[in-house]
Ligand binder design. Structure first.
Ligand code: SF4
Ligand code: SF4
Length: 303
């Protein structure tokens, strides 16, 4: 009778974990044998969606200890679950946006994005008045935010559109990215192998790759994190906006909507007929980017 390991090796449909267990243990086992027990446990942890309660709790605790030690601050890593009967949606009033980019920097701070090299999950695109703004190629993100608003221009902030039909999740060969029941598209950074297929599939340029170790100064780090959101990322994984999952699943607004001085950003539960976002969708003339692709964004622009 073949033992369990031999059965796994015989399985033609090797998933990532099995692949790591079988192929990599042989090749990388020697290297790992010199790693800390924390790295060793991280290497063998299950996919987020496959962890049982005990494994999840011990994984969160291990991460909290690791990050607290690394950054010299007490970290919390939550795994706050989606709220029942909730589908998050975002609204952006283009006529109010002045292109100041405060949302960009609030997002960087809240979500622990790399300062050097810079990673920005939000881009603010500038268009000439009269140009078709649905045509993103007509825009630039290189303008001086000190001089806004500029005569003859308007601004369109863009980030992950949290598509209801996301092309990025379908191409991931190891299911490291998926859509949650509240509509947020997430990434398990421990599971991502950095192949970047999802970046190629995203029509909005919303995914970002950590080519090198993220430059995240200890004094600037935000220690309140979520496993699927703003916890520190390693080199070689893809990351993206999660509608501030660590805040919004606790009933708070995303950092970008809270900071906006013009009140241009609206957020809420699309399924709640009394919500502001639902009012906007029902009553205003709303647009979604690249609607023809059938990605069904939950990010609504209105004027
Ligand atoms: S903070 Fe508000 S006004 Fe400023 S760029 Fe962002 S959305 Fe526009
Ligand atoms: S880079 Fe994207 S497609 Fe590749 S493993 Fe990571 S999440 Fe999946």
């Amino acid at each position: 009778m073949p033992n369990e390991n031999e059965n796994k090796c015989a399985d033609k449909n090797l998933d990532r974990r099995r692949f790591l267990k079988s192929a990599a243990v042989g090749a990388a086992g020697l290297a790992l044998s010199s790693c800390s027990s924390s790295s060793f446990q991280a290497f063998f942890q299950d996919h987020f969606r496959e962890m049982d309660k005990d494994e999840l709790l011990s994984t969160l605790k291990r991460m909290e200890e690791e990050y607290s030690k690394k950054y010299g601050k007490k970290f919390t890593v939550s795994a706050e679950a989606p709220i029942d009967e909730t589908l998050f949606g975002y609204g952006l009033d283009i006529s109010r946006c002045i292109g100041c980019r405060r949302c960009v920097y609030a997002c960087v701070e809240e979500n622990n994005q790399s300062r050097d090299p810079q990673i920005h999950w939000i881009s603010v695109l500038r268009f000439k008045k009269g140009d078709k703004w649905m045509d993103l190629e007509n825009s630039t993100k290189y303008y001086d935010p000190e001089k806004v608003p500029e005569d003859g221009y308007f601004y369109v902030p863009i980030a992950c559109q949290q598509c209801e039909n996301p092309p990025c999740t379908k191409v991931c060969p190891v299911q490291a990215t998926w859509k949650e029941p509240d509509g947020i598209v997430v990434v398990d950074y421990n599971w991502c192998i950095g192949c970047r297929y999802c970046m190629a599939a995203c029509p909005y340029g919303a995914r970002h790759f950590n080519l090198t170790d993220p430059g995240l100064p200890a004094e600037e780090v935000n220690p309140k994190t979520h496993y699927l959101g703003n916890r520190p990322r390693p080199r070689g994984v893809v990351e993206k906006c999660t509608f501030c999952i660590q805040r919004t699943r606790k009933g708070l607004y995303p950092a970008c909507s809270e900071i906006c001085p013009m009140g241009a950003r609206k957020f809420g539960n699309i399924l709640d007929p009394e919500s502001e976002i639902r009012y906007l969708i029902d009553k205003k003339r709303v647009f979604r980017l690249k609607e023809d692709l059938n990605t069904l964004p939950k990010f609504y622009y209105f004027i």
